[in-house]
Design a protein around this ligand. Sequence first.
Ligand code: B12
Length: 213
Amino acid sequence: MNDSLYQNYFSYLIKGEKNRCKQIVEELSLKNTAVERIYTDLFQRSLYQVGEYWELNRISVATEHMATAITENMMIQLQPRLFTTERTGKKAVVACVANEYHQVGAKMIADVFEMNGWDGYFIGANTPTEELIRFLETQQPDMIGLSLSLYFNLQELKTALEQIRNKLPDTPVVVGGQAFRWGGTEIIQQFNNVEYLSGIDALQELINKNARL
Ligand code: B12
């Protein structure tokens, strides 16, 4: 993606100029830019930069909240493009573990499943483990996605994985999020059929591989 386009988008985003943001997203969409690229190279990149600005006190918490809300709106603009693929009949459930409020990345992951013809059930932030398990037992998905942005929520992930393996021993689980930016995936390796994926492109590869099997 063109860097000056990104810089324009970012400056509109932190100024709250959502109509300008929307215009950029619409133009990219008209040019048939893949949704995965818009998600990663525009939305994810700009939210990471928002995080850096926030850490450096260059923007307020309120501005960070506003930028996240605008991004979630921009993702909704792209929703019609998610459902054009032929449905495969496969199901994925994507959730953030308990105490995890960062939901944008997990929603993107659920959308990637949709774009590949799967039903992507996104059950959002801070999902209590027992509720997650109950939902999984009812839905019996073909794949489960768990999101974790904060390292200090690792115990919540471990509890969720233990209970999933107890009730759904064979369902493949994919785990991702920034908690693993600097490692920490050892905990995942203790579980059978649980894999860490860094993001959208890695998930796309896995879905392609599954489709070929
Ligand atoms: C927005 C935001 C919030 C919002 C979230 C609102 C919402 N609706 O989601 C709110 C205000 C709630 C928030 C709160 C906090 N936040 Co915050 N937040 C952010 C921010 C700015 C953007 C997050 C985001 O959406 N990123 C964009 C998405 C698309 O990226 P992503 O999550 O990485 O997702 C991609 C991959 O990781 C992966 N992935 C993610 N999930 C999954 C799942 C699966 C199954 C797979 C396969 C892949 C996958 O694929 C995605 C797409 O490529 C980040 C900055 C940053 N670097 O991201 C900080 C950040 C994540 N927050 C941080 C912190 C510290 C906090 C707080 C502790 C702050 C505080 N003191 O209160 C709280 C904790 C709240 C909680 N208990 O969860 C730190 C985390 C540092 C760390 N890793 O330990 C960051 C990095 C900011 C920073 N620079 O310090 N935050």
